[in-house]
Design a protein. Sequence first.
Length: 295
Amino acid sequence: MSINSINPNDPIYKASASGTSAQNSAADSITQTSALASEDSLQSAQLSDDGSFDLNSMENMNAMEQHRQIMKQLQEELNSIRQQKQSLISQMAFVEDADERQSISSELKDLNKQADSVYMDIVKELQNYNNTLTELISGTVKQKVEESSVIQGIQSSSISPSALQTTLDGYNAQAGQKIAQSAHTVDGTTGWCLKGVNDSLQRIYGKRLSYNSAYQAIPELQSGQGMGEHFREVSVSRDELSSLPAGAIVVWEASPGHEHGHISIALGDGRESSDHITSQMTSRDANFHVFIPVS
């Protein structure tokens, strides 16, 4: 990450940034491929003719509880690692001695490796949990994805929005919160991302980005004129997009199959708002630009 005064060759930065790709991949793997069955749905589902499935039997309850306890322990371990990393990142701003910075860099690298390992353990245990439920079902039942606290914890990246915003020179937290609050009001449509962002911005600034395609807003946001007077472009790595603080605007350039590009407002919790609210886009095969509110 090269954000104004941040040196991309700084070993502290490299340590804090490394490892996040594996973590994001783990989260993507869960949300895209895991089919955790909801116990509420299972209890109301039709059973097979022989009635052999009973989620409430002592044996089955013990099997599910064992998985839940393992996931709880892994989540606690992950939270502990995250707290240690954030503490070290906070120290970074006050350390000038090269040897001490190198020591912190080494500690961060070790913590990143530990976090990667725990992430993969959580993925495996979630899969085991799903497999156990599937094995308990003797007939075909309706399944749905369970938005558990474990998944939500994984989707929180290794560096928090509050930690990232301290490195964003000029970020106006008050303006960012106002923009994000406005961006919670959406139409719930798809395909009208620029309109959704414009509706959110107009409620704050009384003006819009008047273009036909999302990517066309990039020059104005870069210019310091019009809407651009309220924003500043910063360089952020793809892995850090989910950690953007509230009110940051992300604009994706046009690409094959996406001729209009894409624009959204970060809500500060790993989600984005355009004309609807969803997880922050990170994987499109296109260049992107990030603009933080400064006024």
